[in-house]
Design a protein around this ligand. Sequence first.
Ligand SMILES: [Zn+2]
Ligand SMILES: [Zn+2]
Length: 402
Amino acid sequence: MADDLLIYNGRIIAETHFLSSGYVYVRDGRIASVGEEWAGIKAARTIDAGEYLVSPGFIDMHTHGIGGLDFMESDVETIVRGLREYAGFGVTKVVGSTLSNPLERIIAQAGRFREAENVSEYGDILHGVHIEGPWLAPRCRGGHALEYLRVPEKEDVHRLLGEAGDVIKTVTFAPELPNSVWLTEQLSMRGIVGVMGHTEASFEEAERVIRAGARHVTHMYDATLGYKEDPDETLAMMPGMETAVLMSDQVSIELIGCPVHVPEPFFRFIDKVKPVNKKVIVTDSLVGTGKPEGTVLSDKDGRKVYVCLGVLRMISDDPEINGNLTGSAVTMNVALRRLRDYAGIPVQEAVRWGSINPATTLGIDGETGSIRVGKAADIVLMDDDFNVKTTLLKGRTVFETG
Ligand SMILES: [Zn+2]
Ligand SMILES: [Zn+2]
C-alpha cells in the first residue's frame, strides 16, 4: 500500500499497555495496528525506533506562544511558523490562548486562528482558541491587564460566541462574577468547555458552574485562591473553588509544568487525589519560549524580558520590578520531564497528563491523544528524558532531529 508506515523496534506507550519491544503500523494517517510481532508487515515507509519510546504526541491546551509567535498578536503566517516550532518539542495539538483584551481584538485574532487551521502541513496542529480573559477576578488577574477585565455581560457573550464560537474550544472565567452560571450554560450548549480560573470563588460559586457544565481548572495554584478566612470567626477557614474541584471527579485540573509557578509538592498531591484521566500538564508559555537562555525580548510598548531557567523575567531600571516573573517559557517535553520527577511517576504515566487527558477534557479523545487503533497517527519518538527525536502528525514527519 502506497501510503503506509511501519514504526518498529520501539518501546510503545500504547493506550492500555506498555510494550517493551513493539511496532505501530500506520495507514492513511491512522494507526492501523499495534503489537509485538512486526516481521510479516511490509510498508512503503519504515522507521527503526531503535529502542526509543514511541509515545502519543503531546497536547498543550494552554499556551500563549512560542519562539516568535504570540497567539494574541501574530498574523496567520507567524502562527503557522510557530506551530512548526511546537512540533519540535513533540506537540501535535495546541489550543492557542488569547489574553484579556477588547472583544473586537479577540474576535479578530480568532479569525486568524480559523485561517491558520486551514494551512496545510502544520495547520492541523492548531485546535482552536482558549479564551483567557476578560472575565477574570481583578484580585487574581496575574499577568492580565486590569483595564481590560470585565464581567460577562450577556451582549458581549452573545457577540463573542456568535462571531467566533466555531473556533473557541475553552473559556476561562471566574465563577464569582455575575452571569457566570448563564455563561457556562451558553458554553455547554455549544460544546465549548467552561473553565474555572483566575478566581477567588467560594465553594458554592464553583459548585454552581460545575453543575452548569464547567469541567476544567486553569493553572491551579497560580492565581486561584484555595480558601478564605471566615469574616465572623477568626481563623475558621471557608472552602473555595479548590475544594469543589478536588471533590468533583468530573473536573480536570491543569498544572503549569514549572516549579516557579507551581511548588513541587502540588504535583504529587494532584497525582494522588485526582482520577487518572483528570490531571493535565500545560506550559502556559509565552512568546520567546524555546529561545536560548538569556535571550532578551521586547514588546510593542518597549518592555523588555529575558529567558531565565524556563521562565521569563523583567528587565527594568526600576529595582522594584527588575527580575520579576512575567510568565512561563517551558516547553511541553520539559514540563512532562519535570512532572515525572516531581510526582515521582514513570514516564508512561506522566505522558498521560500531556496527551490522553487533555484530549479527554477537550472531547477529542476519539480522534487523538493515545496510541490506539483507529486514531490519528500523532506520534512522538523520544528518549527516556523526553528529548524528542521525531514528531509525526497524522503519520507525516513534521519534525526530526538532524
Ligand atoms: Zn492565566
Ligand atoms: Zn495563560
